[in-house]
Write a protein that binds this ligand. Sequence first.
Ligand SMILES: N[C@@H](CCC(=O)N[C@@H](CS)C(=O)NCC(=O)O)C(=O)O
Length: 214
Amino acid sequence: MTLKIHAFPASPRGFKAVVFANHIGIDYEFVFCDLTKGAQKSPGFTALNLNQRMPVLEEDGWSLWESNAILQYLASKKPELGLFPRDERARADVSRWMFWESAHWDQACAILVFERFVKGFFGGGGPDEKEVEKGIAAFHRAGAVLNQHLKGRKFLCNDTLSVADFSVGAALIMSDAASFPLESYGEIARWYGQLTALPAWQKTREMGQFPKAA
Ligand SMILES: N[C@@H](CCC(=O)N[C@@H](CS)C(=O)NCC(=O)O)C(=O)O
């Protein structure tokens, strides 16, 4: 049985899958999906994910896309780690934050990442200030919730690290490149510091350097 993870780990959604696989210590083959070369549009990749987006997990002729679904699937392979708890309410809490990540946090962060980093990187011109304004407002709307929630909690779902922390934390790898307005969010900084201290986080950051623009 071979498990493959197709990802571009410099991007938060790709990073998320790879850092989690590295953290749980699962055996997998890393397949670099080079977004800078359009690898996601190749016929082989399209057969795995019609959306032509990474990350994708491939196992025995089966493919799974959507980063949060990948994280939950990986977590379910190592139930003894307790990262995706079995207790129904604890599990629902973890899922809740992963849905929130997909619907609100990822969306807010993505606007700033696109305007302040991706456009320039791919030669798509400078940031559109109206979009940046929209991104900053969306970031604060979600960021204030996250910061408030983290008060008095070590991790997102209380005192135990869970798959939700990886899901929500991944976007922050772009905080410098996209100048996320994090100044007033001390709880987010404290919580994120615990993630960046994980050996898997550091290892995956090394795998996920953005190639230099040509
Ligand atoms: N909701 C999806 C989003 C995946 C996604 O948008 N991936 C982007 C990476 S930033 C991608 O592969 N984009 C390639 C493209 O749009 O051509 C997930 O979390 O997996």
